[in-house]
Design a protein around this ligand. Sequence first.
Ligand code: SF4
Length: 475
Amino acid sequence: MRTGEQYINSLRGLKTVIFAFGEKLDNFVDHPLIRPHINSAALTYDMAHDPEFEDLCTVNSHLTEEKINRFTHIHHSTTDLVKKVKMLRAIAQRTGSCFQRCVGFDGINALYSTTYDIDQKYATNYHQRIKNYILHLQATDNMVAGAMTDPKGDRGLRPSEQEDPDLYVHIVEKNEQGIIIRGAKAHQTGIVNSHEMLIMPTVALTEEDKDYAVACVVPVDAPGVIHIFGRQTNDRRKFDQMDQGNACYGVVGGEALTVLNDVFVPWEKVFMCGEFDFAGTLVERFASYHRQNYGGCKGGVSDVIVGATAAIADMNGVARASHIRDKIVEMIHLTETLYCCSIACSSQGSPTLSGAYFVDPLLADVGKLNVTRFIYEICRLSHDITGGLLATLPSEKDLLHPEIGRYVDKYFKGSAKYTTGERYRIVRLLENMTGGTALVESMHGAGSPQAQRVMILRQGNLPHKVALARKLSGI
Ligand code: SF4
Protein backbone atom coordinates (compact mmCIF):
# COMPACT_ATOMS: atom_id res chain seq x y z
CA MET A 1 0.00 0.00 0.00
CA ARG A 2 1.25 3.47 -0.91
CA THR A 3 1.64 6.25 1.64
CA GLY A 4 0.29 9.71 0.90
CA GLU A 5 3.76 10.93 0.05
CA GLN A 6 4.36 8.02 -2.32
CA TYR A 7 1.03 8.76 -3.99
CA ILE A 8 1.99 12.43 -4.46
CA ASN A 9 5.40 11.53 -5.84
CA SER A 10 3.88 8.98 -8.21
CA LEU A 11 1.85 11.79 -9.81
CA ARG A 12 5.06 13.63 -10.69
CA GLY A 13 5.93 10.91 -13.18
CA LEU A 14 2.74 11.39 -15.19
CA LYS A 15 2.42 13.50 -18.34
CA THR A 16 -1.13 14.63 -17.59
CA VAL A 17 -2.24 17.50 -19.82
CA ILE A 18 -4.19 20.00 -17.69
CA PHE A 19 -5.41 23.47 -18.62
CA ALA A 20 -6.68 26.02 -16.06
CA PHE A 21 -7.37 29.75 -16.44
CA GLY A 22 -6.40 29.49 -20.11
CA GLU A 23 -2.94 28.08 -19.42
CA LYS A 24 -1.36 24.66 -19.67
CA LEU A 25 -0.01 23.68 -16.25
CA ASP A 26 3.67 22.69 -16.15
CA ASN A 27 3.72 21.30 -12.63
CA PHE A 28 0.21 20.40 -11.60
CA VAL A 29 1.32 18.61 -8.42
CA ASP A 30 2.45 21.83 -6.74
CA HIS A 31 -0.05 24.13 -8.43
CA PRO A 32 -2.17 26.10 -5.90
CA LEU A 33 -5.42 25.19 -7.68
CA ILE A 34 -4.73 21.44 -7.68
CA ARG A 35 -2.58 20.76 -4.63
CA PRO A 36 -5.36 20.92 -2.00
CA HIS A 37 -7.25 18.16 -3.83
CA ILE A 38 -4.08 16.09 -4.00
CA ASN A 39 -3.60 16.54 -0.24
CA SER A 40 -7.15 15.38 0.33
CA ALA A 41 -6.75 12.23 -1.79
CA ALA A 42 -3.38 11.59 -0.09
CA LEU A 43 -5.19 11.14 3.21
CA THR A 44 -6.93 8.04 1.78
CA TYR A 45 -3.42 6.58 1.52
CA ASP A 46 -2.07 7.81 4.85
CA MET A 47 -5.05 6.72 6.92
CA ALA A 48 -4.56 3.15 5.68
CA HIS A 49 -1.24 3.18 7.56
CA ASP A 50 -2.71 4.62 10.75
CA PRO A 51 -3.38 1.83 13.31
CA GLU A 52 -6.46 3.73 14.51
CA PHE A 53 -8.10 3.32 11.09
CA GLU A 54 -6.56 0.04 9.95
CA ASP A 55 -9.83 -1.86 10.36
CA LEU A 56 -11.77 0.65 8.26
CA CYS A 57 -9.19 1.65 5.65
CA THR A 58 -7.61 -1.72 4.91
CA VAL A 59 -8.96 -5.17 4.12
CA ASN A 60 -7.71 -8.47 2.72
CA SER A 61 -8.19 -8.83 -1.02
CA HIS A 62 -10.64 -11.57 -2.02
CA LEU A 63 -8.35 -12.25 -5.00
CA THR A 64 -4.93 -12.48 -3.34
CA GLU A 65 -5.73 -12.40 0.40
CA GLU A 66 -3.06 -9.67 0.66
CA LYS A 67 -3.74 -6.62 2.81
CA ILE A 68 -4.89 -3.79 0.55
CA ASN A 69 -6.25 -0.26 0.76
CA ARG A 70 -10.05 -0.56 0.98
CA PHE A 71 -10.42 1.85 -1.96
CA THR A 72 -9.25 -0.99 -4.25
CA HIS A 73 -11.51 -3.66 -2.72
CA ILE A 74 -14.59 -5.47 -4.00
CA HIS A 75 -17.22 -5.63 -1.24
CA HIS A 76 -17.94 -9.18 -0.16
CA SER A 77 -20.26 -8.69 2.82
CA THR A 78 -22.58 -6.17 4.40
CA THR A 79 -19.78 -5.58 6.91
CA ASP A 80 -17.61 -4.40 4.01
CA LEU A 81 -20.37 -2.03 2.91
CA VAL A 82 -20.84 -0.62 6.42
CA LYS A 83 -17.09 -0.20 6.92
CA LYS A 84 -16.92 1.73 3.66
CA VAL A 85 -19.42 4.29 4.99
CA LYS A 86 -17.61 4.57 8.33
CA MET A 87 -14.29 5.00 6.53
CA LEU A 88 -15.69 7.82 4.38
CA ARG A 89 -17.07 9.64 7.42
CA ALA A 90 -13.74 9.31 9.24
CA ILE A 91 -11.78 10.70 6.27
CA ALA A 92 -14.24 13.55 5.65
CA GLN A 93 -14.00 14.60 9.31
CA ARG A 94 -10.29 15.18 8.67
CA THR A 95 -10.42 16.77 5.20
CA GLY A 96 -13.67 18.75 5.47
CA SER A 97 -13.89 18.22 1.72
CA CYS A 98 -14.13 15.54 -0.95
CA PHE A 99 -11.23 13.09 -1.20
CA GLN A 100 -12.35 11.90 -4.64
CA ARG A 101 -11.22 8.32 -4.53
CA CYS A 102 -14.68 6.80 -3.99
CA VAL A 103 -15.77 7.34 -7.59
CA GLY A 104 -13.30 4.84 -9.06
CA PHE A 105 -13.91 2.55 -6.07
CA ASP A 106 -17.62 2.49 -6.94
CA GLY A 107 -16.80 2.06 -10.61
CA ILE A 108 -14.78 -1.13 -10.10
CA ASN A 109 -17.48 -2.56 -7.83
CA ALA A 110 -20.26 -1.78 -10.31
CA LEU A 111 -18.23 -3.27 -13.17
CA TYR A 112 -17.30 -6.36 -11.19
CA SER A 113 -20.91 -7.60 -10.96
CA THR A 114 -22.09 -6.17 -14.30
CA THR A 115 -19.29 -7.81 -16.31
CA TYR A 116 -20.20 -11.11 -14.66
CA ASP A 117 -23.80 -10.68 -15.86
CA ILE A 118 -22.72 -9.68 -19.39
CA ASP A 119 -20.52 -12.77 -19.65
CA GLN A 120 -23.45 -15.00 -18.62
CA LYS A 121 -25.55 -13.68 -21.49
CA TYR A 122 -22.96 -13.18 -24.23
CA ALA A 123 -20.13 -15.60 -23.30
CA THR A 124 -17.67 -12.69 -23.29
CA ASN A 125 -14.63 -12.55 -21.00
CA TYR A 126 -15.09 -9.10 -19.47
CA HIS A 127 -15.27 -10.41 -15.90
CA GLN A 128 -11.79 -11.94 -16.09
CA ARG A 129 -10.52 -8.67 -17.57
CA ILE A 130 -11.92 -6.60 -14.71
CA LYS A 131 -10.47 -9.09 -12.23
CA ASN A 132 -7.07 -8.69 -13.90
CA TYR A 133 -7.47 -4.95 -13.72
CA ILE A 134 -8.40 -5.06 -10.03
CA LEU A 135 -5.30 -7.18 -9.36
CA HIS A 136 -3.24 -4.45 -11.04
CA LEU A 137 -5.03 -1.77 -9.00
CA GLN A 138 -4.47 -3.60 -5.72
CA ALA A 139 -0.79 -4.18 -6.53
CA THR A 140 -0.09 -0.58 -7.58
CA ASP A 141 -2.58 1.15 -5.20
CA ASN A 142 -3.26 3.52 -8.10
CA MET A 143 -5.99 6.12 -7.85
CA VAL A 144 -8.61 5.55 -10.53
CA ALA A 145 -11.19 8.22 -11.37
CA GLY A 146 -14.71 7.11 -12.17
CA ALA A 147 -15.59 8.79 -15.47
CA MET A 148 -19.33 8.50 -16.01
CA THR A 149 -21.03 11.84 -16.76
CA ASP A 150 -21.11 12.74 -20.45
CA PRO A 151 -21.71 16.37 -21.52
CA LYS A 152 -25.16 15.22 -22.87
CA GLY A 153 -25.92 18.15 -25.21
CA ASP A 154 -29.69 18.27 -25.77
CA ARG A 155 -31.09 16.33 -22.79
CA GLY A 156 -34.25 15.55 -24.76
CA LEU A 157 -32.32 13.47 -27.29
CA ARG A 158 -30.69 10.05 -27.01
CA PRO A 159 -26.90 9.77 -27.55
CA SER A 160 -27.30 8.60 -31.17
CA GLU A 161 -29.82 11.38 -31.90
CA GLN A 162 -27.51 14.27 -30.95
CA GLU A 163 -26.47 16.65 -33.69
CA ASP A 164 -22.88 16.23 -32.53
CA PRO A 165 -22.15 12.50 -32.00
CA ASP A 166 -19.30 13.26 -29.58
CA LEU A 167 -21.53 14.59 -26.80
CA TYR A 168 -21.51 11.09 -25.35
CA VAL A 169 -18.31 8.99 -25.36
CA HIS A 170 -18.48 6.46 -28.16
CA ILE A 171 -16.46 3.89 -30.05
CA VAL A 172 -15.20 5.22 -33.38
CA GLU A 173 -13.07 2.25 -34.39
CA LYS A 174 -12.41 -1.38 -33.46
CA ASN A 175 -9.33 -3.27 -34.60
CA GLU A 176 -7.33 -6.32 -33.59
CA GLN A 177 -5.48 -4.46 -30.85
CA GLY A 178 -8.43 -2.68 -29.26
CA ILE A 179 -10.84 0.21 -29.68
CA ILE A 180 -10.63 3.95 -30.28
CA ILE A 181 -13.00 6.19 -28.32
CA ARG A 182 -14.01 9.84 -28.72
CA GLY A 183 -16.03 12.30 -26.66
CA ALA A 184 -15.67 13.88 -23.24
CA LYS A 185 -16.56 13.35 -19.61
CA ALA A 186 -17.79 16.33 -17.57
CA HIS A 187 -17.53 17.25 -13.87
CA GLN A 188 -14.84 14.64 -13.30
CA THR A 189 -13.98 14.49 -9.61
CA GLY A 190 -10.30 14.05 -8.83
CA ILE A 191 -9.44 13.07 -12.38
CA VAL A 192 -6.45 15.39 -12.79
CA ASN A 193 -4.74 13.85 -9.77
CA SER A 194 -5.64 10.23 -10.57
CA HIS A 195 -3.46 7.72 -12.39
CA GLU A 196 -6.20 6.17 -14.50
CA MET A 197 -9.84 6.72 -15.36
CA LEU A 198 -12.66 4.24 -15.64
CA ILE A 199 -14.91 5.21 -18.56
CA MET A 200 -18.55 4.12 -18.20
CA PRO A 201 -21.79 5.02 -20.00
CA THR A 202 -23.96 7.61 -18.27
CA VAL A 203 -27.49 6.52 -19.27
CA ALA A 204 -29.44 3.39 -20.20
CA LEU A 205 -29.02 2.77 -23.93
CA THR A 206 -30.99 1.33 -26.85
CA GLU A 207 -29.71 -0.66 -29.83
CA GLU A 208 -29.33 2.56 -31.86
CA ASP A 209 -26.90 3.76 -29.17
CA LYS A 210 -24.76 0.60 -29.36
CA ASP A 211 -21.54 2.49 -30.09
CA TYR A 212 -22.03 4.40 -26.85
CA ALA A 213 -22.09 1.23 -24.76
CA VAL A 214 -18.44 1.31 -23.77
CA ALA A 215 -16.67 0.73 -20.46
CA CYS A 216 -12.89 0.71 -20.30
CA VAL A 217 -9.91 2.03 -18.40
CA VAL A 218 -7.49 4.63 -19.74
CA PRO A 219 -4.42 6.31 -18.20
CA VAL A 220 -5.24 9.96 -17.43
CA ASP A 221 -2.14 10.93 -19.41
CA ALA A 222 -2.88 8.75 -22.47
CA PRO A 223 -2.31 10.38 -25.88
CA GLY A 224 -5.42 12.34 -26.89
CA VAL A 225 -6.57 13.10 -23.32
CA ILE A 226 -6.90 16.76 -22.25
CA HIS A 227 -8.26 17.92 -18.88
CA ILE A 228 -9.75 21.40 -18.49
CA PHE A 229 -9.98 22.27 -14.79
CA GLY A 230 -13.22 23.76 -13.46
CA ARG A 231 -13.48 27.05 -11.58
CA GLN A 232 -14.73 27.15 -8.00
CA THR A 233 -16.12 29.84 -5.73
CA ASN A 234 -13.28 32.09 -4.49
CA ASP A 235 -10.62 30.05 -6.30
CA ARG A 236 -8.40 33.11 -6.88
CA ARG A 237 -7.79 33.20 -3.12
CA LYS A 238 -5.61 30.11 -3.57
CA PHE A 239 -3.10 32.23 -5.47
CA ASP A 240 -3.11 34.81 -2.63
CA GLN A 241 -2.76 32.01 -0.08
CA MET A 242 -5.23 33.91 2.09
CA ASP A 243 -8.87 33.75 3.16
CA GLN A 244 -9.19 30.16 1.94
CA GLY A 245 -10.82 28.61 4.99
CA ASN A 246 -9.46 25.14 4.27
CA ALA A 247 -6.09 25.84 2.67
CA CYS A 248 -4.83 22.29 3.02
CA TYR A 249 -7.76 20.36 1.51
CA GLY A 250 -9.71 22.91 -0.54
CA VAL A 251 -13.36 22.74 -1.60
CA VAL A 252 -15.08 19.59 -2.95
CA GLY A 253 -13.21 17.42 -5.45
CA GLY A 254 -11.43 19.62 -8.01
CA GLU A 255 -13.59 18.76 -11.01
CA ALA A 256 -12.55 18.89 -14.66
CA LEU A 257 -13.86 18.44 -18.19
CA THR A 258 -11.90 15.57 -19.71
CA VAL A 259 -11.67 15.48 -23.50
CA LEU A 260 -11.00 12.15 -25.21
CA ASN A 261 -9.68 12.80 -28.69
CA ASP A 262 -9.54 9.41 -30.43
CA VAL A 263 -8.00 7.57 -27.51
CA PHE A 264 -6.77 4.02 -28.08
CA VAL A 265 -7.73 1.35 -25.51
CA PRO A 266 -6.27 -2.19 -25.73
CA TRP A 267 -8.80 -5.03 -25.54
CA GLU A 268 -7.63 -6.20 -22.12
CA LYS A 269 -8.77 -2.83 -20.71
CA VAL A 270 -12.24 -2.98 -22.31
CA PHE A 271 -15.11 -4.18 -20.07
CA MET A 272 -18.14 -3.41 -22.23
CA CYS A 273 -18.21 -2.94 -25.99
CA GLY A 274 -21.63 -2.66 -27.57
CA GLU A 275 -23.70 -4.56 -24.96
CA PHE A 276 -26.19 -1.69 -24.77
CA ASP A 277 -28.70 -3.75 -22.76
CA PHE A 278 -26.32 -3.71 -19.76
CA ALA A 279 -25.58 0.03 -19.78
CA GLY A 280 -28.60 0.77 -17.57
CA THR A 281 -27.58 -1.94 -15.07
CA LEU A 282 -24.07 -0.56 -14.85
CA VAL A 283 -25.29 3.02 -14.38
CA GLU A 284 -27.76 2.02 -11.67
CA ARG A 285 -25.24 -0.07 -9.76
CA PHE A 286 -22.60 2.63 -9.91
CA ALA A 287 -25.10 5.33 -8.90
CA SER A 288 -26.38 3.25 -5.97
CA TYR A 289 -22.86 2.63 -4.66
CA HIS A 290 -22.04 6.32 -4.95
CA ARG A 291 -25.30 7.42 -3.31
CA GLN A 292 -24.52 4.99 -0.49
CA ASN A 293 -21.45 7.12 0.25
CA TYR A 294 -23.10 10.43 0.87
CA GLY A 295 -24.24 9.88 4.45
CA GLY A 296 -20.62 8.92 5.11
CA CYS A 297 -18.67 11.71 3.42
CA LYS A 298 -21.33 14.40 3.83
CA GLY A 299 -21.88 13.18 7.40
CA GLY A 300 -18.19 13.79 8.09
CA VAL A 301 -18.19 17.16 6.36
CA SER A 302 -21.32 18.14 8.32
CA ASP A 303 -19.60 17.14 11.57
CA VAL A 304 -17.00 19.82 10.79
CA ILE A 305 -19.69 22.38 9.88
CA VAL A 306 -21.55 21.67 13.13
CA GLY A 307 -18.30 22.02 15.09
CA ALA A 308 -17.35 25.26 13.34
CA THR A 309 -20.85 26.66 13.88
CA ALA A 310 -20.75 25.83 17.60
CA ALA A 311 -17.30 27.46 17.74
CA ILE A 312 -18.45 30.68 16.05
CA ALA A 313 -21.49 30.82 18.33
CA ASP A 314 -19.12 30.79 21.28
CA MET A 315 -16.89 33.40 19.64
CA ASN A 316 -19.98 35.55 19.10
CA GLY A 317 -20.88 35.11 22.77
CA VAL A 318 -24.23 33.39 22.11
CA ALA A 319 -23.40 29.70 22.55
CA ARG A 320 -25.60 29.32 25.60
CA ALA A 321 -28.71 30.90 24.06
CA SER A 322 -31.50 28.31 23.85
CA HIS A 323 -32.37 29.05 20.20
CA ILE A 324 -28.71 28.53 19.23
CA ARG A 325 -28.60 25.20 21.04
CA ASP A 326 -31.84 24.15 19.34
CA LYS A 327 -30.38 24.95 15.94
CA ILE A 328 -27.19 23.04 16.69
CA VAL A 329 -29.33 20.06 17.77
CA GLU A 330 -31.21 20.31 14.48
CA MET A 331 -27.93 20.29 12.54
CA ILE A 332 -26.75 17.18 14.39
CA HIS A 333 -30.12 15.51 13.87
CA LEU A 334 -29.95 16.13 10.11
CA THR A 335 -26.35 14.91 9.94
CA GLU A 336 -27.13 11.68 11.74
CA THR A 337 -30.23 11.12 9.60
CA LEU A 338 -27.98 11.22 6.52
CA TYR A 339 -25.62 8.76 8.16
CA CYS A 340 -28.54 6.45 9.11
CA CYS A 341 -29.53 6.09 5.43
CA SER A 342 -26.00 5.12 4.41
CA ILE A 343 -25.69 2.60 7.21
CA ALA A 344 -29.16 1.22 6.45
CA CYS A 345 -28.59 0.73 2.71
CA SER A 346 -25.28 -0.97 3.52
CA SER A 347 -26.72 -3.26 6.22
CA GLN A 348 -29.52 -4.26 3.86
CA GLY A 349 -27.09 -5.07 1.04
CA SER A 350 -27.14 -8.45 -0.67
CA PRO A 351 -24.89 -10.61 -2.87
CA THR A 352 -24.95 -10.34 -6.66
CA LEU A 353 -24.41 -13.36 -8.91
CA SER A 354 -20.71 -12.46 -9.06
CA GLY A 355 -20.42 -12.83 -5.27
CA ALA A 356 -19.80 -9.09 -4.79
CA TYR A 357 -22.22 -7.32 -2.46
CA PHE A 358 -24.58 -4.61 -3.58
CA VAL A 359 -26.36 -2.00 -1.45
CA ASP A 360 -30.14 -1.66 -1.10
CA PRO A 361 -30.66 0.79 -3.97
CA LEU A 362 -33.94 2.27 -2.66
CA LEU A 363 -32.40 3.23 0.67
CA ALA A 364 -29.27 4.56 -1.07
CA ASP A 365 -31.41 6.80 -3.28
CA VAL A 366 -33.46 8.03 -0.32
CA GLY A 367 -30.21 8.93 1.44
CA LYS A 368 -28.86 10.90 -1.50
CA LEU A 369 -32.16 12.72 -2.02
CA ASN A 370 -32.00 13.72 1.66
CA VAL A 371 -28.51 15.12 1.03
CA THR A 372 -29.88 17.46 -1.64
CA ARG A 373 -32.12 19.00 1.06
CA PHE A 374 -30.47 18.44 4.41
CA ILE A 375 -27.05 19.85 3.52
CA TYR A 376 -28.77 23.05 2.40
CA GLU A 377 -30.67 23.16 5.70
CA ILE A 378 -27.52 22.44 7.73
CA CYS A 379 -25.75 25.26 5.88
CA ARG A 380 -28.76 27.58 6.28
CA LEU A 381 -28.73 27.04 10.03
CA SER A 382 -24.98 27.60 10.08
CA HIS A 383 -25.41 30.91 8.19
CA ASP A 384 -28.19 31.90 10.59
CA ILE A 385 -25.93 31.37 13.61
CA THR A 386 -22.72 32.77 12.10
CA GLY A 387 -24.18 36.13 11.11
CA GLY A 388 -23.67 38.53 8.23
CA LEU A 389 -19.89 38.68 8.58
CA LEU A 390 -19.85 35.39 6.65
CA ALA A 391 -20.50 37.54 3.59
CA THR A 392 -18.86 40.84 4.53
CA LEU A 393 -15.59 40.06 6.34
CA PRO A 394 -12.66 42.04 4.86
CA SER A 395 -9.58 40.28 3.59
CA GLU A 396 -7.01 38.86 5.99
CA LYS A 397 -4.65 41.35 4.31
CA ASP A 398 -6.66 44.13 5.95
CA LEU A 399 -6.42 42.43 9.32
CA LEU A 400 -2.63 42.34 8.91
CA HIS A 401 -2.34 45.83 7.39
CA PRO A 402 0.00 48.19 9.32
CA GLU A 403 -2.40 51.15 9.08
CA ILE A 404 -5.94 49.75 9.25
CA GLY A 405 -5.27 46.34 10.82
CA ARG A 406 -5.94 47.65 14.32
CA TYR A 407 -9.46 48.77 13.28
CA VAL A 408 -10.26 45.43 11.70
CA ASP A 409 -8.91 43.69 14.78
CA LYS A 410 -10.88 45.93 17.15
CA TYR A 411 -14.25 45.96 15.37
CA PHE A 412 -14.37 42.32 14.33
CA LYS A 413 -13.55 41.03 17.77
CA GLY A 414 -16.24 38.95 19.48
CA SER A 415 -15.91 37.26 22.86
CA ALA A 416 -12.80 38.28 24.80
CA LYS A 417 -11.89 34.57 25.03
CA TYR A 418 -10.77 34.60 21.40
CA THR A 419 -8.60 36.70 19.13
CA THR A 420 -10.04 38.33 16.03
CA GLY A 421 -7.68 36.15 14.01
CA GLU A 422 -9.29 33.00 15.45
CA ARG A 423 -12.74 34.33 14.59
CA TYR A 424 -11.52 35.01 11.07
CA ARG A 425 -10.32 31.42 10.69
CA ILE A 426 -13.63 29.86 11.68
CA VAL A 427 -15.69 32.25 9.54
CA ARG A 428 -13.53 31.51 6.50
CA LEU A 429 -13.82 27.77 7.10
CA LEU A 430 -17.61 28.09 7.22
CA GLU A 431 -17.61 30.25 4.11
CA ASN A 432 -15.56 27.59 2.32
CA MET A 433 -17.75 24.68 3.42
CA THR A 434 -21.28 26.10 3.25
CA GLY A 435 -21.46 28.25 0.14
CA GLY A 436 -21.19 28.19 -3.64
CA THR A 437 -19.41 25.19 -5.07
CA ALA A 438 -19.73 23.09 -1.91
CA LEU A 439 -23.52 23.43 -1.86
CA VAL A 440 -24.01 22.63 -5.53
CA GLU A 441 -21.94 19.49 -5.11
CA SER A 442 -24.49 18.21 -2.59
CA MET A 443 -27.28 18.78 -5.07
CA HIS A 444 -25.77 17.26 -8.21
CA GLY A 445 -22.92 14.97 -7.08
CA ALA A 446 -23.89 11.27 -7.51
CA GLY A 447 -26.71 12.39 -9.77
CA SER A 448 -29.29 15.16 -9.67
CA PRO A 449 -32.38 14.83 -7.43
CA GLN A 450 -34.62 13.84 -10.34
CA ALA A 451 -32.40 10.80 -10.96
CA GLN A 452 -33.07 9.68 -7.39
CA ARG A 453 -36.82 10.28 -7.76
CA VAL A 454 -36.92 8.08 -10.86
CA MET A 455 -35.12 5.31 -8.98
CA ILE A 456 -37.29 5.70 -5.87
CA LEU A 457 -40.45 5.31 -7.95
CA ARG A 458 -38.98 2.28 -9.71
CA GLN A 459 -37.79 0.61 -6.50
CA GLY A 460 -40.66 1.73 -4.27
CA ASN A 461 -43.01 -1.08 -5.40
CA LEU A 462 -46.11 1.10 -5.65
CA PRO A 463 -48.40 -1.76 -6.82
CA HIS A 464 -47.62 -3.62 -3.60
CA LYS A 465 -48.55 -0.56 -1.55
CA VAL A 466 -51.81 -0.16 -3.51
CA ALA A 467 -52.56 -3.85 -2.92
CA LEU A 468 -52.06 -3.37 0.83
CA ALA A 469 -54.51 -0.49 0.85
CA ARG A 470 -57.06 -2.37 -1.27
CA LYS A 471 -56.96 -5.36 1.01
CA LEU A 472 -57.42 -3.35 4.19
CA SER A 473 -60.20 -1.28 2.71
CA GLY A 474 -62.08 -4.42 1.71
CA ILE A 475 -61.94 -3.91 -2.06
FE1 SF4 B 1 -16.22 10.39 -2.17
FE2 SF4 B 1 -18.04 12.02 -1.19
FE3 SF4 B 1 -16.17 12.94 -2.86
FE4 SF4 B 1 -18.12 11.37 -3.80
S1 SF4 B 1 -18.38 13.43 -2.93
S2 SF4 B 1 -15.93 11.18 -4.24
S3 SF4 B 1 -18.44 10.02 -2.05
S4 SF4 B 1 -15.82 12.11 -0.83
